[in-house]
Design a protein around this ligand. Sequence first.
Ligand code: ADP
Length: 278
Amino acid sequence: MTSSGSDAGNAAARTEELVKRYGSGQAAVTALDGVSMEMPRGSFTAVMGPSGSGKSTLMQCMAGLDSIDSGRAWIGDQEITSLPDRQLTRLRRDRIGFVFQAFNLLPVLSAAGNITLPLDIAGRDADRDWLSTVVDAVGLADRLTHRPSELSGGQQQRVAIARALVSRPEILFADEPTGNLDSRASAEVLDLLRRCVREFGQTVVMVTHDPVAASYSQRVVFLADGRIVGTLDQPTPSAVLDRMRALGEPAGAEPGPLVDRGHAGGADLARQAGPGKE
Ligand code: ADP
């Protein structure tokens, strides 16, 4: 159950022929249809594709938030497919960071309380140096006592990113992290994600439908009908837009902010956090 026995080597996350179906019989939907990909450590990858192409499902399966029907997936050298629930919960808590479109901050806690929440749930003390590095990086040192309702959308998402980073995850998954933000706040959040990669060596995987957001990444992976249909290195917004058009959906045509995707909400954070001290 430990290692893949293959050359996972420098990959922060990897999949091999991932297949995910929802439903059964006539109503069955193949959301992922044999996806093999690798996220090198310290890389920033954007996942794009038309609505319903499997982007969120891929992220959920790579992060161990959803089961798969066949294929294999690894975080680092740990194969997560068929990992028992308890170990999977711990792995998500300790080795994966999540950022969601809707921020998913707890309204009753201050920014500081939200940032350290994963550690508090796990019964761990914060590494003070790392915590102050993270707080500095997200530029919220003077907002730590504020509650989410007293922060702008961009500031709330930066709190969420700090929360995702606080346990020094090996990989950070972000699902439409700028979907609820205006262009200025989006630019701040995307710049922050890029700095996490450059300055902290963080690995980031971001689902987005926005070509500008994708252009902050180093590589775009395009999905259609649950399959990888192309990649684009060093993407520019116009090159991304051209690819998206070729896939038959104008970029930006996806549902807007706060659409309930049914599987990317607060419950995921609770599952990520999992039980307390073990
Ligand atoms: P994207 O993120 O690219 O919009 P999704 O990963 O959300 O795509 O969905 C891929 C396919 O799987 C779609 O056809 C969608 O309707 C289906 N799907 C996703 N989640 C579920 C679910 N919980 N139950 C049934 N079908 C689902």
